[in-house]
Design a protein around this ligand. Structure first.
Ligand code: AMP
Length: 415
């Protein structure tokens, strides 16, 4: 199906390695995993993400309409996590550091790195107002990139959207600046001009970009408090040796962001340059019934884009499978082979038996199974209660008494 991908076993191993790395990082930073359903009521998203955002206005997958209930496949999960916090009473136990992983759905025009079903890793730090939460959250994102070998291939971009009133003043100034150029703007930007003017800044159109070169910038609309907040973050990033670029055109696709926004981008994936995006969303909890503002910050990373990069650039090594393969040369030894396979599995050692074909063919299968050792039950050796143990890496063979088989494999399995 367009916009979806299959994963073969070898790809799945790399994929799982990225997952494991993510959760190892979460553990280091004290983030606990939560899970929300893929199906949500549309009300979790529509107003909260912004009615005029692309995600809500044209990319949502609708499932069922029953009187006043409309179900959708979740397009993102920050709003879902807010719902979880509210229904699960977590807003009463702040701060919370939560992480999730799972499929998201957006009706997009598929291309490399852009799918209709994709997966996001996400983290949300809920209930911390200090700029240190921003710094730590970004540090965690960069750490994740480092651990999956993508630090060299990616760059951090950061910007601030200020407070709501500062942003409103900026939007007005941007509107006044762009109005005389409205006829020249691309069709997409004209639509955004009318509905969600900050998104014009994100235009990929060269002529739009030229016009934007001399547009007012958000920085000049920040009051002292917001400016200091942003500067503190930048200074801390420098202190932690995290390099960044301030991108005044960085606007995120969803409306709930305020103050800090950031993205991790790569030039290595063509048009789909963002691998991770996040920011502050101090007002979102109130949309879910919280009485007071609940300062929060988080990010989400796209698994498929990370996977494509890690696969193409071989940035992450996946350990070999280390199976033990038992070959029973005649049917008479089949039971024996199964017995030894069971004994090895009881010791926590992965073991498979191969029953058909010539020895050559079976050895080929053993190689494909990434066997560390192959055990061959051959007639002559079996008569003497022995078996052949072949070290597949070293291409060495020795004959062992059956009684020593398990203990020998166990002894050398992890070496
Ligand atoms: P967003 O929720 O739009 O900020 O996206 C966060 C991250 O999810 C992006 O940086 C991408 O890595 C990933 N992502 C978003 N949309 C898609 C998509 N349609 N296909 C694959 N990955 C996506």
């Amino acid at each position: 199906m367009t916009g979806t991908i299959d994963l073969l076993p070898s790809q799945m191993r790399l994929y799982n390695k990225i997952c494991e790395t993510f959760f190892a990082i979460c553990k280091l930073y004290g983030y606990e995993e939560v899970a929300t359903p893929i199906l949500e009521d549309i009300r979790v998203f529509d107003r909260n993400l912004g009615l005029e955002t692309d995600v809500v206005s044209k990319e949502m997958f609708f499932l069922e309409k029953k009187q006043d209930e409309t179900l959708v496949l979740r397009p993102e999960n920050t709003a879902g996590v807010m719902r979880l916090c509210q229904e699960g009473g977590l807003f009463q136990k702040l701060p919370q550091r939560l992480a999730y992983y799972g499929p998201m759905f957006r009706y997009e025009r598929p291309q490399k790195g852009r799918y209709r079903q994709f997966h996001q890793f996400g983290v949300e730090c809920i209930g911390v107002a200090s700029y240190m939460a921003d710094v730590e959250n970004i540090q965690m994102a960069v750490h994740f990139m480092q651990e999956i070998g993508l630090a060299e291939l990616t760059e951090l971009e950061i910007h601030t959207l200020g407070s709501e009133s500062e942003r409103d003043a900026y939007k007005q100034a941007l509107h006044d600046y762009l109005l005389p150029y409205k006829n020249e703007l691309s069709e997409n930007s004209v639509r955004r001009f009318d509905k969600n003017i900050l998104r014009v800044l994100d235009s990929k159109n060269v002529h739009d970009q030229k016009i934007l070169e001399t547009a007012p910038v958000m920085r000049n609309f920040l009051q002292m408090e917001s400016a200091k907040y942003f500067d503190n973050i930048l200074e801390s990033l420098e202190n932690f040796g995290i390099s960044y670029t301030v991108n005044p055109f960085l606007v995120r696709g969803l409306d709930y962001y305020n103050q800090t926004v950031f993205e991790i981008k790569t030039p290595a994936l063509g048009a789909q340059s963002a691998v991770l995006g996040g920011g502050r969303y101090d007002g979102l909890a109130q949309q879910f019934g919280e009485k007071t503002p609940t300062p929060s910050i988080g990010w989400a990373a796209g698994m498929e884009r990370l996977f494509l990069l890690a696969q193409e650039h071989q940035t992450l090594s996946v350990p070999p499978r280390k199976n033990i393969v038992i070959i029973a040369m005649t049917e008479a030894f089949d039971q024996e082979a199964q017995k030894y396979a069971s004994l090895l599995r009881k010791e926590g050692i992965a073991c498979l038996t191969v029953h058909e074909g010539t020895l050559r063919k079976r050895m080929k299968i053993a190689s494909r199974l990434e066997a560390k050792y192959t055990i061959i039950f051959a007639p002559k050796e079996m008569e003497n209660k022995t078996a052949i143990l072949r070290d597949m890496m070293r291409s060495e063979e020795r004959i062992l008494p059956l009684a020593d088989l398990i203990i020998t494999v166990k002894k050398h399995y992890d070496t």
